[in-house]
Design a protein around this ligand. Structure first.
Ligand SMILES: Cc1ncc(COP(=O)(O)O)c(C=O)c1O
Length: 432
């Protein structure tokens, strides 16, 4: 019997962390209001809850306009349509992200071009973008991943130089600010997800934000079966789909945007509280501080595990041991999208990959992004944001558990355990 729970010892954390999502009486009142109003639909008759939320959401992110949609994936797709992405255009995306960043590029029949991430942030590495630009490149799609921003000084500069558009994937960045500017406001459009793990959630949902009225009108038409936008100043008529968000979903977003600033402070305080302890551990690294982020929006706390400094004990064993100590966390949270089992792309299904070019594009074998692969398969450890919505003692429990596993790391040598096997698989391939 060892000291760690995974080898038969006592877990140190038996009480649960705060749950997420967290519905309160305000959400209940808003839902009841919708129920009794008989106005349940989304656009084309936006209800008062969605109108009020959109206004606050745009303001929070320092943009003029916001439009709710039914998922974050659709938010990206609608933004790509608004900037006029056409079949065969190339869109630069980070290799390390959720597959939902990249799927919309294929859905508008464009070609995603994977670029590696910066090891300091795990976000799109701006220093590598220019090498990936070709005559077909039309846009850059950075993701503000985890707890950092892609470099929003450099990316708009590169985009302007090469006449490209920028769509920011802000699925992890609700309320985040870079030099005082809201996530999603520095590119042409920003796309958010309100899926259930996100910092503001309606179970499923999303939003597009922009300062550009023409783009907003295109988004509104595209997600509303092609109907004219609310303002219709530019008179665009396009094929659209029903990608609307209903009023029940909008209703639960309102109270959450009000609570977000308070929650952001609490998360940040708890994360800062444990960081000095983590920094002292030989096999643990924390992401480089980024002073240009003026409001943090950590979707997850992300640290680095260096197995070479932990007697070569693999990350899968470290993470599994932490989980059994009672700390929810994950290693293989994202994969380089081109390697993921959720990206079984068949060029025959996507004409931009297989028609008219010199050769068929096999997105699964064309790219090699070593930093994304290191983060995905060896280094990154993700802790869900709600762990940091509790007390200082809750935060201490995370640092205690990490210290305990590191101190007793030798117990993990050669260990076989279901939790370790699970950690060797991507999220989609695990037994639940
Ligand atoms: C980085 C990133 N982009 C896009 C999405 C897509 O959002 P949704 O799941 O709401 O479609 C998600 C969320 O899951 C995400 O984490």
């Amino acid at each position: 019997m060892g000291k760690l729970a995974i080898t038969g010892g006592e877990p140190i954390r038996k009480t649960p962390f705060p749950v997420w999502p967290h519905g309160c009486k305000e959400e209940l009142a808003a839902l009841t209001d919708v129920l009794e109003s008989s106005k349940w639909g989304g656009q084309p008759f936006p209800g008062k809850h969605s109108v009020a939320f959109q206004k606050k959401f745009a303001e929070l992110h320092t943009t003029k306009y916001a439009q709710c949609v039914n998922t974050g994936t659709v938010a990206i797709q609608a933004a790509l349509k608004a900037i006029g992405i056409r079949p065969g255009d190339e869109v630069i995306v980070p290799a390390y992200t959720w597959e939902g960043t990249v799927g919309p590029v294929l859905l508008v029949n464009a070609v995603p071009i994977f670029v590696d991430v910066d090891p300091d942030t795990y976000c799109l590495d701006a220093r590598l973008i220019e090498k990936a630009i070709t005559s077909k490149t039309k846009a850059i799609l950075p993701v503000h991943l985890g707890m950092r921003f892609a470099d929003m000084d450099e990316i708009p500069r590169i985009a302007a130089k090469h006449n490209l558009k920028v769509v920011e994937d802000c699925a992890h960045a609700h309320g985040g600010k870079w030099r005082g500017k809201g996530a999603g406001s520095m590119g042409d459009l920003g796309a958010f997800s309100f899926q259930s793990s996100k910092l503001i959630t309606s179970g499923e949902g999303g939003a597009v934000i922009t300062n550009n009225l023409e783009y907003m009108e295109l988004v509104q038409s595209y997600i509303n079966a092609g109907r004219a936008s609310l303002t219709d100043k530019f008179h665009h008529r396009i094929i659209g789909f029903n990608y609307r968000m209903g009023e029940f979903q909008a209703a639960v977003l309102g109270p959450q945007i009000d609570r977000l600033p308070q929650q952001a402070k609490l998360r940040e305080r708890n994360m800062r509280h444990i960081e000095p302890r983590l920094k002292n551990l030989p096999c643990i690294g924390v992401l480089k501080p980024e002073p240009r982020i003026t409001s943090e929006a950590p979707y997850g706390y992300v640290l680095k595990y260096f197995s070479a400094k932990a007697k070569d004990i693999p990350r899968a064993a470290f993470v599994a041991a932490l989980q059994l100590v009672g700390i929810p966390c994950d290693g293989l949270f994202y994969e380089p999208v081109y390697k993921s089992s959720l990206f079984p792309v068949d060029p025959a299904d996507f004409p931009a990959l297989s028609w008219g070019g010199e050769k068929t594009l096999d997105l699964r074998s064309m790219f090699s992004c070593p930093e994304a692969e290191r983060a995905a398969y060896q280094e990154a450890v993700w802790f869900p944001h709600q762990l940091f919505l509790g007390t200082t003692e809750d935060a201490d429990a995370i640092a205690n558990a990490i210290e305990k596993v590191v101190t007793n790391i030798e117990e993990l040598r050669g260990l076989d355990h279901q939790a370790i096997q699970n950690q060797r698989l991507g999220r989609a391939d695990r037994e639940s």
